[in-house]
Write a protein that binds this ligand. Structure first.
Ligand code: NAD
Length: 287
């Protein structure tokens, strides 16, 4: 089923009309979708999936060039309009500025995907205060800022909307090697469910996505607390190899994100490990 999203050929492809494709084109055509961490991996794949469905895209990342590139490619794929915004999600003032700019220049966000995140491995006892703060600032506070600022705009408009937060299977599978990361993701999983309960009456859905191993750049940027540079490099190579072997593509996580919005799912485990026996239902009451 093909839906014509843009008769004005905004993608700039000579002599060709931009066509929104895919099973969700009717649902998302013309909607405003903001994705954080959109310069790479799951965020970029998610921006592209919404672009293909004909949504207007705001690609947010601290990597300005990467965000601009995602926006440019989103237009080529099918987004009638797309913008790249260089913002650090952990910076409250920068996020407030972004929320103001988006509201006045692009409109109220219909779908918000709080996806920006960083990895941090290492033992609990060896992780410094600074490292704990950094991972909580990005992975937890970044999500809180996004939910509050854009959630308020959605609620004030009164026409519903949807918020998706990228948590992780680490949120409900304890491990000795990811204490700070897992704690940040467990908090994201819980805050998503609390916010879901609060916003249900206003027709705003909230979903938490919980991927296991996905083949992205996170393995090359994740830090290893309490080890020297040489050991860090060795561990990085090892974990990149492990993620590569599992070879789960970010595009499949993006599909799960679009489906979560369409079906208004509360908690969505993605990848085989994430759906495994450790998916403890008492952490996730049915809603
Ligand atoms: P990635 O490193 O490919 O992408 C993360 C993006 O977030 C990057 O473009 C980075 O620049 C951006 N970012 C990081 N900190 C930021 C900040 N403070 N402000 C703005 N942008 C920032 O990794 P990914 O795997 O695509 O990760 C996306 C999300 O998925 C993260 O929240 C991650 O924790 C989560 N996740 C990943 C996996 C996996 O196996 N890859 C598994 C579970 C959950």
């Amino acid at each position: 089923e093909f839906v014509l999203a843009n008769k004005n050929n905004a993608a700039g492809v000579a002599g060709r009309e931009t066509v929104a494709r895919g099973p969700h084109a009717e649902r998302f055509g013309g909607q405003l979708v903001l994705v954080t961490g959109a310069a790479s991996g799951i965020g970029r794949a998610t921006a592209f999936a919404f672009a293909e469905a004909g949504a207007r895209i705001v690609a947010v990342d601290r990597d300005a060039e990467g965000a601009a590139r995602t926006a440019e490619m989103s237009r080529l794929i099918g987004a009638p309009e797309a913008w790249g915004e260089a913002v650090d999600v952990s910076d409250e003032q920068a996020m407030e500025k972004l929320a103001g700019k988006v509201a006045t220049e692009y409109g109220v966000v219909d779908v918000l995907v709080n996806n920006a995140g960083i990895g941090l491995a290492g033992s609990f006892l060896q992780t410094s205060t600074e490292d704990w703060r950094q991972v909580l600032d990005v992975n937890l506070w970044g999500v809180i800022h996004g939910c509050r600022l854009f959630g308020r705009q959605m609620a004030a408009r009164g026409q519903g909307g949807h918020i998706v937060n990228t948590a992780s299977a680490a949120a409900y599978q304890p491990s000795k090697s990811l204490p700070a990361y897992s704690t940040s993701k467990a908090a994201v999983l819980m805050l998503s469910q609390c916010l879901r309960a609060e916003l249900a009456a206003q027709g705003i859905g909230v979903s938490a996505i919980c991927p296991g191993f996905v083949n992205t750049n996170i393995t090359s940027t994740a830090r290893f607390a309490g080890v020297d540079a040489k050991e860090e490099e060795r561990r990085q190579r090892k974990s990149a190899r492990m993620y590569g072997l599992r070879n789960y593509p970010p595009e499949k996580v993006a599909d799960a994100i679009l489906r979560a919005v369409v079906k208004n799912q509360a908690v969505v485990p993605v990848t085989p490990e994430a759906r495994g026996a450790h998916f403890i239902s008492r952490f996730m009451p049915r809603t």
